[in-house]
Ligand binder design. Structure first.
Ligand SMILES: Cc1cc2nc3c(=O)[nH]c(=O)nc-3n(C[C@H](O)[C@H](O)[C@H](O)COP(=O)(O)OP(=O)(O)OC[C@H]3O[C@@H](n4cnc5c(N)ncnc54)[C@H](O)[C@@H]3O)c2cc1C
Length: 287
């Protein structure tokens, strides 16, 4: 079997190859190369045509729109995301904790979403922030939330003539925020569990609350229904509400592996964040 590999010069050329040859995009290759590896020093063989898109400038870079929406090109690497202070904290943190620095220099946000692994680090904060993904084919453009895009482990709504072009993150509006990644060690560790949460408080009333759990089920777990249990409540009342809330959140996650650890640790993180908010600290990130 021989690899068929295309190297389009422009996004338009890539879209034609996607439509006519069904060529699969290879960005950083850190998932795709590993999925088809045959051994050290041996070139992988792909059972489909691939196109290397790494060099396409149209899909690179970060910009901020007038309303504060942060737009990240699909080929932007984790290092570039982690270093750019215009990117919301939760996404920067997730990008800065992916693998080792060599991986972060290569791994792209489009590849992380395209791979749709439950252990992928970027979908978790992106789903918390209601970020959207833009999918382009030669004929049309579609946009949907990252939450809608990822169906379950390794399954998403990308059509075989589409390319992910950008990720759009609405400007977050919160009083308190929280981010944790738990891995087996501080460097180069795939997530065992992640959690992000934000709360907006006005005159002591919880106006918005969101949480998302990563690596705790077939896809990132978020439930607007359960989040609503806290909206409209007084932040001072959180200590009396917290146990019922963390029990309700427990029903949102569905870990197959190490369920006791994942359930207990998720509850501990969520409980910690909510009780810290109740102390009405200075606004910002709760460490
Ligand atoms: C040693 C090691 C450690 C890792 N650690 C972590 C970690 O800590 N956290 C984490 O989240 N991940 C980790 N990963 C996984 C991987 O690095 C990430 O998922 C990375 O973001 C994938 O990006 P990429 O550019 O390399 O994707 P690729 O391998 O190029 O592509 C991945 C998938 O996305 C598709 N794709 C890529 N770009 C596009 C596009 N623009 N449009 C449509 N489809 C596209 C590809 O066709 C493929 O299906 C690790 C991998 C390795 C090998």
């Amino acid at each position: 079997m021989v690899n068929t590999c295309y190297i389009p010069k422009t996004l338009e050329e890539a879209l034609v190859l996607r439509k006519e040859k069904k060529a699969v995009p290879l960005a950083g290759g850190t998932d795709l190369m590993v999925a088809y590896k045959r051994g050290v020093g041996i070139t992988p063989i792909f059972p489909f045509p691939v196109m290397i898109v790494t060099h396409l400038d149209e899909l690179k870079g970060i910009r901020v729109e007038e309303d504060g929406t942060v737009v990240i090109g699909a080929l932007t690497t984790s290092v570039e995301i982690a270093r750019d202070e215009r990117v919301p904290y939760f996404v920067r943190m997730a990008a800065s904790k992916m693998g080792a620095v060599s991986l972060r220099n290569t791994a792209t946000i489009g590849g992380n979403i395209g791979n749709s692994s439950p252990k992928g680090d970027l979908p978790q904060p992106l789903i918390l922030l209601d970020a959207t993904v833009v999918l382009q084919s030669i004929d049309k453009k579609r946009e949907m939330t990252v939450d809608e895009f990822i169906i379950k482990a390794k399954k998403n709504r990308l059509n075989d003539d589409e390319i992910i072009t950008e990720i759009r993150i609405p400007k977050p509006d919160y009083t308190y925020g929280y981010f944790r990644k738990i891995g087996t060690r501080k460097a180069n560790a795939i997530s065992k569990l992640t959690l992000s949460a934000i709360m907006k408080v006005e005159s002591g009333v919880i106006k918005d609350f969101r949480a998302s759990s990563g690596a705790a089920g077939p896809k990132v777990a978020r439930s607007r229904e359960v989040e609503k249990l806290l909206i409209g409540k007084l932040v001072f009342d959180l200590p009396s509400l917290v146990e019922d809330f963390v029990d309700a959140w427990d029903g949102v996650i569905s870990p197959h592996a190490m369920p006791e650890f994942r359930r207990a640790t998720t509850k501990n993180m969520l409980r910690y964040f909510l009780l810290e908010c109740a102390k009405l600290p200075k606004s910002g990130i709760i460490e």
